[in-house]
Design a protein around this ligand. Structure first.
Ligand code: NAD
Ligand code: ZN
Ligand code: ZN
Length: 394
């Protein structure tokens, strides 16, 4: 089959690789019909190289049709239409039972002290072959796939794999009070969808911040008050306080992560690790880190006293100590983590209708054949051609 594989920093290729096969009796094999490209993939593309091997298959936002089932699979049949969550979670362990699928005790990667394995996401997360491919082996066939109806285009459902539950959890963790205010930092797919969900769930005031024109425009059209980071440097926090009774918003969602613009120095560290032998570089990234905490510092600065920060952007490394004194003094509530996809499916599915309150049918900006994935990665990273959400069609 064809699959998008990692070869080095900013070097991904479409290779022919062996087809996956059923290994465990509860495995299913799906024929992938659509597979998303995520901001998290950009971390693999740019800085997480030390945790990847040449040939690793990327992608963690797939959906498709069940092509083969293991002998113990009873929950889905060949021909079923399924979305696959990005967490590889068993659905039956203690933590899955608590709705913490991103901490699944069956698939935790203890060697690296990580939570649940993820599709297509480095040794830190189990080095599980990903879904930017023609076929995907999915374990836990009785509990992991989300079956969806045939009929609507894939765009209706594919975001259930990551964008929708991640944004839903971000909003849930933000705990905006009735009539309250929310600032969303970063208006990529996750931040954009977080704004939509917050408005849908009744936040009175949603302010979005980014520095890419079309991302700001797209979010403004959904009724969000947007601020352009390029126009507001140092005064951004004051402008936001001015819009929120001088106190700051009740909650801030950080949907930026470690590619944050505005954190010099981090870039150098990241480049340095790319010059080291990979075992050394991996250690350096874990301990010295590649932190780019610009957006998180901003969140700590702007949130009102006693407010909540909901962190969905992914950070790595530990170079920059957090401003713990300020965090403590402001009595901030900080909530974070990979999305627990299955936890939110029942909340979200009723919104994926012809009325399309969240605008999922028109959310993707690009539908691209898998063969063109390498140039799509570059386009998405450089934010060219209005790319906000790219979907691959294997
Ligand atoms: N928690 C989870 O389960 C989960 C799931 C998916 C993605 N993520 C993470 O969420 C983050 C966003 O993902 P995405 O797909 O939307 O990616 P993205 O890279 O497209 O979005 C990031 C956005 O932040 C903007 N930005 C950069 N620096 C900024 C700054 N200093 N202030 C404000 N905005 C800034 C960028 O212009 C971009 O639009 C990534 O870190 C990704 O890894 C987490
Ligand atoms: Zn993703
Ligand atoms: Zn589990």
């Amino acid at each position: 089959m064809k699959a998008l594989t990692w070869h080095g920093r900013r070097d991904v290729r479409v290779d022919t690789v062996p087809d996956p096969a059923v290994k465990d009796p509860t495995d299913v094999i799906i024929k992938v019909t659509t597979s998303g490209l995520c901001g998290s993939d950009l971390h693999l593309y740019e800085v997480l190289g030390p945790f990847l091997d040449v040939g690793d298959i990327l992608g963690h936002e797939p959906m498709g049709i069940v092509q083969e089932v293991g002998p113990e699979v009873t929950a889905v049949r060949v021909g079923a239409r399924v979305v696959i969550p990005f967490n590889v979670s068993c659905g039956t362990c203690h933590t899955c039972g608590q709705g913490l699928h991103s901490q699944c005790e069956t698939t935790q990667v203890r060697e690296y002290g990580s939570g649940a394995s993820l599709f297509g996401y480095t040794k830190l997360y189990g080095q599980v072959p990903g879904g930017q491919a023609e076929l995907l082996r999915v374990p836990f066939g009785n509990t992991l796939p989300i079956e969806v109806p045939h009929g609507p285009e894939d765009d209706r459902f594919v975001f259930l794999s990551d964008v929708l539950p991640t944004a839903w959890q971000a909003v849930e963790y933000a705990a905006v009070p009735e009539g309250g205010s929310l600032v969303v930092l970063g208006l990529g797919p996750i931040g954009d969808m977080s704004c939509r969900i917050a408005l849908h769930r009744g936040a009175a005031q949603v302010i979005g911040v980014d520095l890419v024109g079309e991302r700001l425009t797209r979010t403004r059209r959904r009724g969000v008050h947007v601020l352009d980071l390029r126009e507001h440097g140092k005064d951004l926090a004051d402008v936001i306080r001015g819009l929120t009774d001088g106190r700051g918003p009740d909650a801030v969602i950080d949907a930026v992560g470690m590619e944050a613009h505005g954190s010099p120095g981090a870039k150098l560290a990241a480049q340095a690790t790319n010059l080291l032998p990979s075992a050394l570089a991996a250690k350096m990234m874990e301990h010295v880190g590649i932190d780019r905490l610009h957006a998180l510092y901003l969140a700590i600065d702007i949130v009102r006293r006693g407010g909540t920060i909901s962190l969905s952007g992914v950070y790595g490394g530990q170079t920059d100590p957090l401003p713990l004194l300020t965090m403590f003094d402001k009595q901030i509530q900080l909530r974070m983590g990979q999305a627990n996809v299955h936890r939110w499916v029942d909340d979200i599915l009723p919104l994926l209708t012809d009325d399309d309150p969240l605008g999922v049918d028109t959310f993707a900006t690009h539908h691209v054949p898998l063969d063109d994935a390498p140039s799509a990665y570059e386009m998405f990273q450089k934010k060219q051609d209005g790319a906000v959400k790219v979907l691959f069609k294997p």
